[in-house]
Ligand binder design. Structure first.
Ligand code: PAF
Length: 284
């Protein structure tokens, strides 16, 4: 598998493929690929001609004290996985090429970056929107593929694409989970055996909350309390946030009417894990 590291070469490759009439797909990642990423690559391959997988651990989206330096990196292993899933090209630029000296420009998507993960990671979504915008400019995809696990990220990117009139289809695919329900993440490998054992409580509590909504419980506060009670039974887990929001604006709701997002972030040991579920009352 050819790996392009140089921005100009990537732009030239993408331009050539577009001129040949190829439909370009992009799967943006930070590497350390798992089954969730591979599902995105397979889906991209079924919907486009040329699938580029970007592998770039974006320094600007890690806050102070976060795990940028220790974030798992394995370009060779990732290349094998990209081939097995049908990807055509890896784009893996250096941080100094992406952010050369004098770099100044950032994309601020506004309100949807503020709640949920934005509360404890205030610069995060500005950095994500910026790097994704840069990847879109370099790779010029017709379609880009993201996972629902990072639901807020997908809302931010869809908003950016709409507001800035970018001619790109954003496709969000369901979260891929371990057999016990834990959402797949490159960071799961950091969990100790004991921490890993308690981690399915996230999805269990979301599933119970979703059942309550499907059974027409309308009171968001009652549902939030049920999730909280369940998570608090696990002493290794501490809650960052649990929220029930409108699925597009990400604004908290008190009364559940239609399509609803239940999202949470917790800390288990040193790790911060996020998960979410989209749900709605039965028959609505
Ligand atoms: O979801 C991720 O892995 C990253 O946030 C992304 C979209 C690749 C941007 O760095």
């Amino acid at each position: 598998m050819e790996i392009i590291e140089n921005i100009a070469s990537m732009q030239a490759f993408a331009e050539r493929k577009r001129m040949e009439g190829k439909l370009m797909g992009l799967v943006p990642t930070m590497g350390s690929l798992h089954e969730g990423h591979l599902t995105l690559i397979r889906e991209a391959k079924s919907r486009t001609d040329i699938v580029v997988v970007s592998i770039f651990v974006n320094p600007t989206q890690f806050g102070p004290g976060e795990d940028y330096d220790s974030y798992p990196r394995d370009l060779e292993g990732d290349a094998r996985k990209v081939i097995s899933a049908g990807g055509d090209m890896i784009f893996s630029p250096s941080a100094s090429d992406m952010y050369p000296e004098g770099y100044l420009t950032y994309v601020d998507v506004g309100k949807v970056t503020e709640p949920l993960c934005g509360l404890s990671r205030p610069e995060h979504f500005r950095a994500v929107a910026t790097v994704v915008n840069k990847l879109f400019n370099i790779i010029k995809p017709h379609k880009a593929f993201f996972g629902q696990k990072d639901y807020q990220q997908s809302v931010v990117i869809k908003r950016m694409v709409k507001d800035l009139n970018m001619d790109i289809d954003i496709i969000v695919l369901p979260t891929v989970r371990e057999p016990d329900g834990l959402a797949m993440s490159s960071r799961n490998s950091y969990l100790s055996e004991e921490e890993r054992k308690v981690s399915p409580v996230l999805y269990k509590s979301l599933t119970i909350a979703s059942c309550m909504i499907r059974d027409r419980e309308k009171n968001a506060r009652k549902i939030l309390s049920a999730i909280k009670r369940m998570i608090e039974k696990e002493p290794l887990v501490s809650i960052d946030y649990i929220a029930i929001t409108d699925s597009e604006t990400l604004k908290d709701i008190d009364e559940i009417k239609g399509k609803t997002l239940i999202a949470l972030a917790v800390r288990i040991g040193k790790m911060r894990l996020i998960d979410n579920i989209l749900t709605e009352p039965q028959g609505s």
